[in-house]
Every structure is written in structure tokens, then in C-alpha cells.
Design a protein around this ligand. Sequence first.
Ligand code: HEC
Length: 122
Amino acid sequence: MCDGGSMKSLFSSVFFIYLACAGLCAHAQDPQAIRTLAASCAACHGPAGNSLGGTATLAALNQAYFIQRMQGFKDGSVSATVMHHHAKGLTTEEIADLAAYFAQQPRQTPPALPKQSFLGRQ
Ligand code: HEC
């Protein structure tokens, strides 16, 4: 019933689950993973957290303030139009890592948009 073969396959599947979990669980500490996560914020908060207008700039934001706002969006104590959706998908650890990432980004003044010449028929 419990022969060597099935024990071996049971062991290898447990080992596989362990490897898969180790890969997933380690991702929050991985700087590349945090950059990827932070890139999802760029659509609204600008490249490296430098807003192009409309939303808050996250670059060089105080870490404690960042965490306080994100946890507030998560638990609903800070009212939001969209941020509660984003915050709810993040773990406490990811929020802390993002806070550290954005705090390190230099604040840049967005370059003035080039004046567009009108080439069409007037
Ligand atoms: C769809 C656009 C959108 C995306 C994507 C987005 N945000 Fe926001 N963010 C907003 C808006 C809008 C606000 C203002 C609060 C609100 O209305 O939800 C905000 C507010 C914030 C604030 C508070 C700033 C302050 O000074 O109060 C933080 C911190 C923040 N966002 C972090 C993030 C992070 C981190 C990500 C990526 C994981 C992200 N946001 C992705 C639109 C976005």
C-alpha cells in the first residue's frame, strides 16, 4: 500500500509545493518585484512617482505618511475614489516596500510640454 514509489512521488510533490511557495513568498523582498509593482502606479502618479498633474506626487514622499495613507485606503478610514481598490490588493509588507521605494525617488519638475504647431488647414 505504502510502497517506496508513492512515498517518493508524495515527497517530490511536497517539495515542488515548497519551491513554488518559496518563489512566491520571496517576491516582496525582491527589488525588481517592487519596481514592477511601482510601475503599476505610474499610469496615474507619473514615472517614478513624479506626477504629470492631477494626482499626488509619490516621489520623495515621507514613508510614514505614505504607509498611513495606504493603510487608511485599505481599511476605509481615508476616503478614496480609486485608491481603496489598489491598496486592498497590497500586503502590509508590499506597502512598506513601496513606501521605501518612492521615498528614494528624486522629485523632478515635469518638463514643459512642447508647443504643438498646428499644421492643419485653418
Ligand atoms: C487609476 C489611477 C491610480 C492608480 C493606478 C494609483 N493611484 Fe494612487 N491615487 C489616485 C488618486 C485619484 C488618489 C487620490 C485619492 C483617491 O481619490 O482615491 C491617489 C492617492 C494616492 C496616495 C495618497 C497621496 C496623498 O498625498 O494623500 C498614495 C500614497 C497613493 N495614491 C499611492 C499609490 C500607489 C502606491 C499606487 C500603485 C500601487 C497607486 N497609488 C496607484 C489614483 C491612482
